[in-house]
Ligand binder design. Structure first.
Ligand code: ADP
Length: 370
């Protein structure tokens, strides 16, 4: 029994949880302020361990084990569930602690526990570890991205170089062996397509860094959305045709809207280029519709294809940066178009969603407030 008053005050104020239980039933002989706080401040002294701690309590099992085996128990950063409010709402806590058997006349008669709460330190360390793991993943993603981006940039660059070399060879040949006007035009067209592809890739990369560093600037104006959609569709008609896809537009003759036309153009161009790329040469349809509540309030633009489609488990993922649901060997791409498009859709107060299944084509819907 500890009865020296100054020792009791010292123990009560100690920056560690200290307790003593005695006897075969392990009755609490003392529990200092910090120990009582771990158990919700309930009165403990005089009661048995079984009355005060539930069956599942690890603390109870440890103390009972020390009494039974007569061996000390020590642990570092040991996780325990505590009931700090006495309401049964348990919380995780971590302790450095020792449980020491107390002897009288050569037999174990009780258990002394000394525990330092290291929860704050452990949680801080876990936070640092989580941050380090996230950082490692970010570095891995960046490396992977650099490798994909270099590969993507290299492909049109290599093709461009071949065209230029062919043109160079042609000018050094005798006049009658040089490219005809027809051949020259074909070579220049091919070179122009590669340059266009490079510009698109670099624009996507620039957009990513812009979008990451804050909202995009919007240039909202009163425009005819129907005319804009028709213009984008016309622009895509040649590439769609080259891929074997027909392009159909279903839209009202005119639809006035206050939107950033260049951003709508960018999203629609992107959706159309995906529909052509993943559309297996099947028909593509673009629909523009307005939701009316006495006057038009929202517009939706859907781009539907009958191509390879997207499995439902990939629907969320493909809108993330660098995420793709196709193999790199079959389809070129950076995996940025849909991320950029959705960021733009959201920044203009709209949304971009997908409906699709593997092999069953895809339908992307851009909605816009008018
Ligand atoms: P990228 O086309 O460069 O890979 P995107 O961000 O535009 O990047 O698209 C992400 C992924 O979504 C694509 O890799 C592809 O797996 C899938 N996807 C996008 N559009 C379609 C579509 N119309 N049909 C099938 N899959 C598509």
């Amino acid at each position: 029994m500890i009865d020296d008053p100054s020792l009791l005050v010292l123990l009560d104020d100690a920056p560690a949880a200290i307790s003593v239980q005695r006897g075969p039933e392990l009755r609490w002989e003392m529990a200092n302020a910090m120990f009582r706080a771990l158990l919700g401040g309930r009165p403990l002294v005089g009661r048995t361990l079984a009355e005060t701690l539930p069956d599942w309590s690890q603390m109870r099992r440890i103390v009972e084990g020390v009494l039974r085996d007569g061996k000390p128990f020590a642990a570092h950063q040991h996780r325990l569930l505590i009931d700090p409010h006495g309401t049964g709402a348990l919380e995780d806590a971590y302790f450095d602690f020792v449980c020491q058997p107390l002897y009288a006349g050569g037999v174990v008669t009780g258990v002394l526990t000394f525990a330092v709460n290291v929860t704050t330190e452990v949680l801080a360390r876990k936070r640092v570890e989580t941050a380090a793991t996230e950082l490692r993943h970010a570095v891995d993603a960046r490396d992977e991205f650099l490798s994909v981006a270099s590969h993507e940039l290299k492909t049109p660059l290599t093709a461009l170089r071949l065209q230029v070399q062919a043109l160079q060879r042609s000018v050094t040949r005798a006049p009658d062996q040089q490219f005809s006007a027809e051949q020259l035009r074909a070579r220049f067209d091919a070179a122009d397509r590669q340059v266009q592809r490079l510009v698109e890739l670099i624009d996507a990369l620039l957009d990513v860094s812009r979008l990451q560093h804050g909202a995009i600037d919007l240039d909202v104006a009163d425009i005819d959305l129907a005319a804009l959609v028709a213009e984008v569709v016309e622009r895509a008609r040649t590439t769609a045709g080259a891929a074997g896809s027909t392009l159909t537009l279903e839209a009202p003759p005119s639809l006035r809207a206050r939107v950033d036309g260049s951003r709508v153009d960018q999203v629609l161009t992107n959706l159309l280029s995906n529909a052509v790329k993943y559309g297996r040469g099947k028909p593509i349809t673009v629909r523009l519709a307005a939701e009316h509540h006495s006057r038009p309030t929202r517009a939706s633009i859907t781009v539907s294809d009958e191509g390879i489609g997207i499995a439902p488990e990939d629907h969320a993922r493909i809108f993330e940066r660098f995420e793709r649901a196709v193999s790199r060997t079959h389809y070129a791409g950076l995996g940025l178009g849909l991320w950029i498009s959705r960021q733009i859709a959201q920044s203009i107060g709209g949304s971009l969603t997908v409906e699709s299944d593997s092999g069953k084509g895809a339908r992307f819907t851009l909605t816009l407030p008018l």
